[in-house]
Structure formats: C-alpha cells, structure tokens
Design a protein around this ligand. Structure first.
Ligand code: ATP
Ligand code: MG
Length: 494
C-alpha cells in the first residue's frame, strides 16, 4: 500500500529508534575497504579460526599458499561468541552478493564479505582500546607459526615492485636448526639463551631505554656454518630473513629506504661484509680518496642522519661505512622493533674496527673448525651414531687428531655423505682423512696460522684485540690522514 520510498524511510526510522534503546552497538569490518584489502578482516578471520570455542556446525577450511597448516573459518552468516577480559562479544560473518559492479581499479569479488562485531555499549572503550589490537597481535603470531619463514632479497637493484616494495620474497625452508648445527654445545646454548632473552625482552628494552635490536657478528673460515647458523636462528625464533645484498644498494638513502620497509621480528643479514663493499680497513684503500673523504665528512656529522648529496658522488657504489653504521645504530634502525642484525665475514681482521668496537655488534661469534664435540654432532646427524655406537679406540683416536686436522664441518659432512650407505666405511675414511690432514698441517707448520701453541680461543681473542688496537691507532692519526687526503684531493682537482 505504501510507496517503497516511504516504507524504506519508515524502516530506517524504526531502526534508529531500535538502536537508540538497544544495549548493543555494532561494528562492521568488511573484507575490502574501498579498493584496499582490510588487514583487520584477515586478522579477525585468523584469530577466530584459532579460537577453541568454535562449535558451529559448518566451518570453512583454508590453506594458504606455502602455509603448513589449515585454518578454520566461519561460514556464511555464522556467528561465534568470544570473551575478552571477562567481556563477551559476538562475531557474525556476513556474506552478501554484490549488487552492481561499481567502477574500481581492479575487479572486486562477487561477494561482499565482512564481520560484524556486536558488543554492549558499556564495553565500547575496552573493546576499541585493546581488543582489536590484541586480535592483530594474535593473528600475526598465528601467521608466523603457520607459515614457513620468508626470505627477502633486494636483488632487484633498487627498483620497486608494483606495490612499492623494494624487497622480493620467497618461502624460506632451510632445515638447519640449532640441533643440527655442529658447534661447541656450551657456546650454542649461550647463543640460544641470548636469542630467547632478546625475543622475550620487550619490557627490559623499554625499561632500559634501549632500542629493541641486537647485532651478531659471525666470523670464521668458509664452510664452518655461518649461513647455517643464520637459518637456525630464524627457525628458532620464527623470524623472517632479509638478505641484504650491499652491492645492489647504490646510496645511503637507498639503504635507509630498504630498512624502513623491513618488518619487525626479522633478521637482517649482510653476508661477507668484508667483500661486499669497500668498508675494510681505511688505511689500506687510501687510493680511493674521494669516497674516503665522504666517510670522514659523514662521520663528523655522525648521527645527524646526514645521507644527502654529499655522499652520493664519485664511483658507482657510494655506500659509506657511516651509512652502514647509521643503518644499524642510528635513529633509523629503530623504526619498527625486534630486529636482529647479523653480519658474516671470513676475515675479521679485514673489518674496519669501527664495526667491531663494543656496543656495535653485541655478540661476536667465532665459527670454528670441527672440534671433538661438533664432530660428534655431525656423526649423529649423518650416520645416526651416538657415542656408544662407535668403537672406543676409534673415538679416542678421533679426539686426538680432530683439532690438528682443521677440517671444517662442511668438509666432514661431505665425507660422511659420500659413504652414508656404509657407515663403518664412513667412519674409517673420516678417521684416515683426519689423520692425514693433521699430519700435513703439523709438517707444514701452518697450524693456527703459525701462532704456535695458543688455543683456538686465545687465537681468536688475539685477532679481535689486534683489530681493535689498530682502531685506536687509527684514531690517533685521523687528523693527519684527513689532511693528507685533502692534499690528495687537491692534487687530483689540479
Ligand atoms: N657447524 C655446522 N653444523 C652443521 N653443518 C654444517 C656446519 N658448518 C657447515 N655445515 C655444512 O656445510 C655446508 C656449508 O655451510 P655454510 O654455508 O653454513 O658455511 P658458511 O660458514 O656460511 O660458509 P661461507 O663462509 O663460505 O659462506 C652447510 O650446508 C652444512 O651442511
Ligand atoms: Mg655462508
């Protein structure tokens, strides 16, 4: 009888009245907000899927690409009750057909999906203040647990993808864990404890006013497990890895942009830092005077976030050491939190002492040649042999020669893989190999770099001390050097 407009207006009015007296208020969280995907929708979906109280009679199951587990979700128009801090809320999943295809930059899905959150009006502040944040956090946690790690690289050389990201990612499925990592068990435990303390240390970092980040420097000969260690760290903490290719970065400001686009809970890796860029001992490459000068310029302005055009002249690759230090230490390193920096190198003595001085890299980890304890781990990994499975005499002999042989874990694992069908033969050949290498090393007198009978640890400490000492000398001569370089520059200009 009524014209449709009037009926509609009446209904609307009635609805208003109804809502005015209702004790509930409602929030709609739609899947697509305008043209952007609504992050909160996905978070709610994940959060509810983990909820134990799901008892609906129909659930939708999904398994995302590369995810290692299945998530449950609410089906159309199903609802679920959740409690948070003693407050009960109701979630409803609403699916409606989209009536007309409105104009959009990309085609929108046929269905309009969304969650409706119903809460009591009196709980509004609590819910808006903390419940939604809590959901986001939980969802991220679930995602990290379900999904295998991601490995990001900047190998595109500074160009951005369609969404403006400089990083490219692939699923990261490296099987290395701390369990399979062959190294001194005590040292291994220390590193694991350090990582756990870091990951759980939010309050500590807040209280002490420190940025929530940590740096590790891994050094040692090739094939001693530096890359494996990084993978183990990522698997242990469930962090993503950003593998930063320094040679692809053209300026300090580009470096900073890359950093800004990393997410928290991640490990930022620079492998072979001594090779990737001319950051090595300043004295040794004084031929490169132009870039050297820019380093000093920047260093004197340290912390001012210099960047800028002054540094971006000269040769093609103009990342400077100060740019890199700003990257790890400066104000920019704290955009986001919970980040781990890992640098690796084969030659710690080649690194600029500025990188080594205390407070810069929190932990220096020496990855050493195989010793007896790491050998035992490898035997267990590759042959399944515990200590008791191996002849006592053989074990003793191995213990005697393993240090002298200076075999890397990579060498040992290669030898074990070769004979993994015949375990007895594997042991026999490994022992022979160890012996002959040991004898050769003793004969050539090249053990421990010729330093004689220092223990391994002492050698390492020696190396580090020398590196830091040379820094102090450097500082004494800094003034002179700058002047000297001024002259070089001038003569070049002439
Ligand atoms: N400590 C270790 N524990 C277990 N396996 C190891 C260890 N070190 C090396 N390996 C084995 O050797 C291979 C090479 O090791 P990895 O790539 O980690 O060495 P690296 O120290 O990173 O060498 P580089 O300095 O050349 O990069 C690994 O795939 C792993 O199988
Ligand atoms: Mg490596």
């Amino acid at each position: 009888i009524f014209p449709p407009e009037l009926r509609f207006a009446f209904l609307k009015f009635f609805n208003r009245i109804f809502h005015l007296f209702s004790i509930y208020c409602y929030f709609d969280i739609t899947e697509i907000d305008g043209v952007n995907t609504n992050e909160l929708y996905n978070a709610v979906q994940l959060y509810l899927s983990s909820s134990v109280s799901i008892a609906g009679n129909r659930l939708s199951l999904t398994r995302a690409v590369n995810s290692s587990s299945i998530t449950f979700g609410l089906s159309n128009n199903d609802s679920i009750v959740d409690t948070f801090n003693g407050v009960t809320v109701l979630w409803e999943h609403v699916v409606t057909q989209r009536q007309t295809q409105t104009f959009a930059w990309r085609p929108l899905p046929e269905e309009k999906r969304g969650f409706t959150l119903r809460i009591k009006k009196k709980d509004k502040t609590l819910i808006l203040n903390s419940y939604l944040d809590y959901i986001m956090e939980r969802a991220n946690e679930i995602r990290r647990k379900n999904q295998d790690r991601l490995l990001y690289t900047n190998s595109r050389g500074g160009s951005l993808d369609s969404r403006g990201h400089p990083w490219e990612s692939v699923p990261f499925k490296h099987p290395s864990t701390f369990e399979t990592l062959a190294m001194d068990p005590i040292k291994k435990q220390q590193i694991m404890d350090d990582l756990k303390d870091f990951a759980q240390g939010q309050l500590f970092y807040q209280k002490t006013g420190r940025a929530w980040k940590r740096g590790y420097l891994l050094y040692g000969p090739p094939g001693t497990g530096k890359s494996s260690m990084i993978a183990a760290m990522a698997n242990y903490l469930g962090y993503d890895i950003y593998d930063l290719e320094l040679t692809e970065v053209h300026s300090n400001s580009e470096l900073r942009k890359l950093l800004m686009k990393t997410s928290s809970k991640s490990i930022i890796v620079i492998e072979d830092i001594d090779c990737s860029i001319n950051l090595t001992n300043r004295k040794k490459n004084s031929s490169n005077a132009a870039s050297q000068r820019s380093f000093y310029d920047a260093e004197t302005k340290a912390g001012s976030g210099s960047g800028g055009s002054g540094e971006e002249g000269g040769n093609g690759n103009t990342i400077t050491l100060s740019g890199l230090l700003n990257f790890t230490d400066g104000l920019w390193s704290c955009c986001g939190s919970e980040r781990i920096f890992v640098f690796t190198t084969n030659h710690i003595e080649k690194l600029d002492p500025a990188l080594l001085r205390s407070g810069r890299m929190d932990m220096h980890i020496y990855m050493s040649f195989c010793n007896f304890s790491s050998l035992k781990i490898l035997l267990k990994n590759y042959l399944g042999y515990e200590e008791k499975d191996i002849n006592d005499d053989v074990l003793k002999e191995m213990e005697r020669v393993v240090e002298k042989a200076e075999m890397t874990p990579a060498d040992v694992s290669e030898a074990l893989i070769k004979n993994r069908r015949d375990k007895e033969k594997a042991i026999r050949e490994l022992l022979e190999d160890l012996k002959s290498r040991g004898e050769r090393n003793v004969k050539d007198g090249k053990l421990r770099g010729g330093i004689g009978n220092l223990t391994e640890l002492e050698v390492v400490e020696e190396q580090e001390k020398r590196a830091i000492d040379s820094q102090n000398e450097d500082e004494d001569h800094d003034e002179e050097e700058i002047e000297l370089e001024d002259n070089i520059c001038k003569t070049r200009e002439d």
